[in-house]
Ligand binder design. Structure first.
Ligand SMILES: [Zn+2]
Length: 317
């Protein structure tokens, strides 16, 4: 009986001893393993001060007597650059961080497009120089032309170099055009269309109202748009102007024209830029390379207007 009691005490002592040893083993071994796993999981070691390092990893306690910097003194890495990078994806799964970065990059890399348009040309003095500039930059643009005399070679060059030609009416008479009957309006559209078709075998499918649609009667535009649609046209206004139609001194200052476009482009993903290439618009011709340079710096690429992109030009920014 007494012998059994002693054996039981001995067993109990052994169990307690084993438990103590086991706990010691866990405490020492696991903390080392944790440290090792954190340092290998983090693939992007970030230069940190001691305070931020200890608060993130938990491996280096703040030493007593060392004052913890105030929040304003600690430059913490951005959340996305630090905490998410420590999330290790299971085998075969994409890590959270790279997925987030992919989304961010997709958003950042969303194509920014500027559609350069020139109205009221072509002219020998300006359009040819503008074509040279566009060629130099490898950019395509859209020319809303009028039936001009003695510049057939300029129309041809526009088309041969891959730009688009749009219909900008035949008579370009602001006062008359919006007072025409529907039939007369259609005549004007078709005369302009045929002028290009017969001379250059090119069918225009883009239309820009002289002076744009802004401020026109809704009813009038509805009936005009029906006519244009029946002829296969897509109507384009603009959403930025370089301001060269300003008849004051400002409309002929190169720097003003450049700034008008570049300031208007802030926060935008898509632009339709109105400029003119009629004989008097020499300031725009001079401004064009600077406008293009500025837009390129803002990440814009350039394209032609077509019948398909009408709904994509709305700005998202
Ligand atoms: Zn015009």
């Amino acid at each position: 009986m007494r012998k059994n009691l002693c054996m039981n005490k001995l067993r109990a002592s052994m169990v307690i001893l084993l438990l103590i040893l086991w706990n010691l083993l866990i405490l020492s071994g696991c903390s080392k393993n944790n440290t090792a796993s954190i340092s290998t999981v983090n693939p992007f070691p970030v230069q940190e001060d001691s305070a931020s390092a200890s608060s993130h990893s938990g491996t280096k306690p703040v030493e007593s007597g060392v004052s913890t910097p105030k929040a304003s003194e600690v430059i913490l890495p951005e959340k996305a650059e630090y905490s998410e990078q420590q999330i290790k994806a299971p085998a075969g799964r994409e890590s959270v961080t790279s997925a987030v970065y992919k989304l961010k990059n997709t958003k950042l890399k969303k194509k920014k497009i500027a559609y350069l348009t020139f109205d009221d040309g072509p002219s020998r003095n300006n359009t040819l120089k503008n074509l040279d500039t566009l060629k130099k930059y490898g950019i395509k643009a859209t020319f809303f032309v009028l039936p001009q005399k003695d510049v057939d070679d300029v129309y041809r060059r526009i088309l041969e170099e891959g730009h688009a030609i749009g219909n900008h009416s035949y008579f370009h008479d602001y006062h008359q055009l919006y007072n025409l009957t529907d039939f007369e309006f259609m005549e004007d559209v078709l005369m302009a269309k045929n002028f290009i078709k017969e001379k250059f075998n090119y069918t225009t499918t883009l239309y820009r109202f002289p002076g744009g649609t802004m401020g026109r009667s809704k009813k009038l535009l509805e009936s005009r748009n029906k006519i244009l649609e029946s002829e296969g046209y897509t109507v384009y206004d603009w959403d930025i102007s370089d301001g060269d139609s300003d008849t004051s001194e400002m409309g002929s200052k190169v720097e003003v024209l450049v700034n008008n476009v570049l300031q208007g482009a802030w926060g935008r993903n898509s632009l339709i830029v109105l400029m003119h290439d009629s004989p008097a618009k020499t300031a725009t011709t001079e401004a064009l390379p600077k406008i293009i340079d500025g837009l390129v710096k803002r990440g814009f690429s350039f394209d032609l207007l077509t019948n398909k992109i009408k709904n994509d030009t709305d700005d998202e920014g």
